[in-house]
Design a protein around this ligand. Structure first.
Ligand SMILES: NC(=O)c1ccc[n+]([C@@H]2O[C@H](COP(=O)([O-])OP(=O)(O)OC[C@H]3O[C@@H](n4cnc5c(N)ncnc54)[C@H](O)[C@@H]3O)[C@@H](O)[C@H]2O)c1
Length: 338
């Protein structure tokens, strides 16, 4: 059994991420020493089987983005109160990114901050959502609008969990894995699955260490996400997030080429990684309205100065603001017909 340990080094809040088959069995060793009680937050259908030497209780939350809500946080907080949870105890999120976002946010507000441990069970949570301390819930007005930065005490990425993950959810994770190919220039294709997940965790960790609160470089983690978020919104979530990211990566490469930043071979490399290596869909679904997509991209959270994309260059990724709407529209029209 190969176990990888990556430490996310934030001053005073350093934590380990353990990756490998069977790592969940070590969870008791990584709980805060003060914890006398634990609450597991999870969903139906998620394999858990986590043994703890302290009193514990499991709370099942609902599925999907509609359950990633303040109402769920209130329910959880009442459970914590009934159990007499103190801020020396521990909250453990066992699930995909939805669960780890909820568990992290509930922990950040319970007694103004209680330790949280994430047991990531989806590929997307392992390589992305469970790492880095962004937590939050949705409002009817938009995704992740209420939240907090709250770093976990430890993260577990037990690859055995992936055995029960539905095929489509695996694809969603692969969309984010594909993104990491372009963040550092590493040859992720040469790595085995456990090494690849560990490398993605290390890449995400290094961006978080450099820019915990996303005032600069952490934004590169949103590569491919400008069109992706628009595709999700305009397409009324027919595409899941990771599927939309895969398409967004290809569009970002084509836009970078149109702006003279990269050449054909680099665009081809995007197609190779996303389409051939990970077998992800690389083109937009038919019938999406270009005007609506343009409007949604203009509302992107990065768009503080006009249309803003993370774009590739010979020096690596860069944030590019104030891109001509005519060029973006023209590329989008070509892309939608390709
Ligand atoms: N905080 C961050 O930095 C960050 C980053 C990326 C995404 N996110 C968030 O992550 C969420 C998406 O995460 P996701 O893709 O993991 O989706 P998800 O958490 O909704 O999980 C998808 C489905 O898979 C099920 N599932 C998870 N693990 C399973 C397993 N091992 N076996 C069987 N079923 C399993 C879940 O119950 C759910 O039905 C979104 O809410 C997104 O906003 C957060």
């Amino acid at each position: 059994m190969t176990t990888h340990r990556i430490d996310v080094r934030l001053p005073g809040r350093e934590y380990p991420v353990l990756i490998g088959h069977g790592v969940n069995q070590h969870i008791a060793q990584f709980l805060p020493a003060t914890a006398r009680r634990a609450v597991f937050i999870t969903q139906e259908g998620i394999p858990a089987n986590l043994a703890l030497p302290i009193e514990s209780k499991t709370v099942i939350i609902g599925q999907g983005e509609s359950a990633k809500s303040l109402a769920t946080i209130e329910t959880l907080s009442q459970e914590f109160a009934d159990m007499g949870m103190t801020r020396n105890d521990v909250i453990i999120g066992v699930g995909g990114g939805m669960v780890t976002d909820i568990a992290g946010f509930a922990a950040s507000t319970w007694h103004r901050g209680t330790p949280v441990v994430h047991v990531a069970t989806s590929l997307l949570a392992m390589v992305d959502a469970a790492i880095g301390g962004k937590t939050g819930v949705n409002l009817p007005q938009g995704k992740n609008l209420v939240g907090a930065f709250w770093q976990p005490s430890a993260v577990f990425c037990d690859l055995d969990s992936l055995a029960t993950l539905p095929e489509r959810e695996l694809r969603c994770g692969l969309g984010e894995v594909a993104k990491y190919h372009f963040l550092t220039g590493d040859d992720l294709l040469a790595l085995s699955l456990d090494e690849r997940v560990a490398r993605c965790v290390a890449i995400k960790g290094s961006f978080v260490e450099q820019d915990e609160r996303e005032s600069g470089k952490r934004a590169f983690l949103n590569y491919g996400h400008t069109l992706a978020h628009a595709l999700e919104t305009v397409g009324q979530h027919q595409l899941a997030h990771g599927e939309a990211v895969a398409i967004g990566l290809i569009f970002a490469a084509r836009l970078a080429r149109a702006l003279g930043r990269i050449d054909d071979s680099r665009v081809d490399y995007h197609e190779l990684v996303v389409g051939q290596t990970y077998s992800l869909q690389t083109r937009m679904p038919a019938g999406l309205d270009i005007d609506q997509l343009m409007a949604a991209m203009a509302r992107d959270k990065k768009a503080l100065q006009g249309l803003t994309f993370i774009l590739d260059s010979p020096q690596g990724l860069e944030i590019v603001a104030n891109i001509s709407p005519e060029i973006v529209r023209s590329e989008l029209v070509h892309f939608s017909q390709s």
